[in-house]
Design a protein around this ligand. Structure first.
Ligand code: BTN
Length: 260
């Protein structure tokens, strides 16, 4: 459980990061940690500042969906970043965060974790984590970028519409409970390392490291706007190659689903 009297100094004492979590704020309840992190960034909190909440009442997912965020079981956190990259490179940043999260989850529960392009992490073929990277950028400048991460840690019940597609770390690993604060420490380190790699070496480097963890390769899939086909590969720029009946398609964004 995240203790009600969250002790930031204690949390930081066993945190193996350089920047992430060196400034941290724990909230019992909030609207969306992405919104709080953005406001904190605008009021001068440093790069690496982390906002973590026990529950969110307006948790956001990608494509305008809601992110179910009940109290007492899971992790909802956002990291303030200001990477020295262009707006066009942000999809690669999402892949870097997903790769870091998958590596951190695998280390924590000793289960193979895959990245389901472009922003989910899967355990045993089901979603256990979603990532929402948001930026308030103009054509001229990339402002603070907020890396939002939601992990189903100890949840055993899901809303009807998620029941068939979601899992939690506890369910997937058969554990009674997974401690959230040590998990958060592991995830912050793993994400920081991969974001550093991304800034230093670019999307191509992240894609190479991610390739063995890409979910649904060789399977029959659909990608909104690109049709149905076999997922062939992830390309060096982070797009997906799909072999359809009408030829090869390259998807740069959209929701990837298993097509049965
Ligand atoms: C998705 O899979 O659609 C992305 C989900 C991202 C959820 C996290 S929880 C912490 C942060 N705050 C939010 O409102 N969203 C992200």
């Amino acid at each position: 459980m995240i203790p009600h009297d969250f002790d930031a100094a204690l949390f930081q004492a066993s945190l193996e990061t350089t920047r992430y979590g060196r400034s941290v704020r724990f909230l019992e309840s909030t609207t969306s940690t992405n919104d709080v992190a953005r406001a904190d960034a605008e009021s001068g909190h440093p790069v690496g500042h982390v906002v973590v909440a026990d529950t969110q009442n307006a948790g956001r997912g990608s494509h305008g969906r809601a992110w179910s965020s009940p109290p007492g079981t899971d992790l909802y956190f956002s990291i303030v970043e200001k990477p020295d990259v262009s707006l066009a490179q942000l999809p690669g940043l999402t892949l870097a965060v997903g790769l870091g999260v998958a590596e951190g989850i695998e280390r924590s529960v000793d289960q193979r974790a895959l990245v389901k392009w472009p922003n989910d992490v899967w355990l045993g073929g089901r979603k256990c984590c979603g990532i929402l990277v948001e930026s308030a950028s103009t054509a001229q400048s990339l402002g603070p970028v907020i890396l939002g991460v939601g992990v189903n840690v100890n949840r055993t019940e899901f809303p009807e519409e998620l029941r068939e597609i979601a899992t939690s770390l506890a369910l997937a690993s058969g554990r009674d409970a997974v401690a959230r604060l040590p998990l958060l420490q592991t995830l912050l380190r793993a994400i920081e390392l991969r974001v550093n790699d991304f800034v230093r070496y670019g999307t191509e480097h992240i894609v190479k490291a991610l390739e063995p963890r890409l979910a649904l390769v060789g399977e029959h899939v659909s990608i909104e706007g690109y049709g149905i086909g076999t997922l062939d590969a992830i390309l060096p720029d982070g797009s997906l190659r799909l072999v359809t009946r009408d030829g090869v398609r390259t998807a740069v964004a959209g929701t990837l689903r298993r097509a049965d």
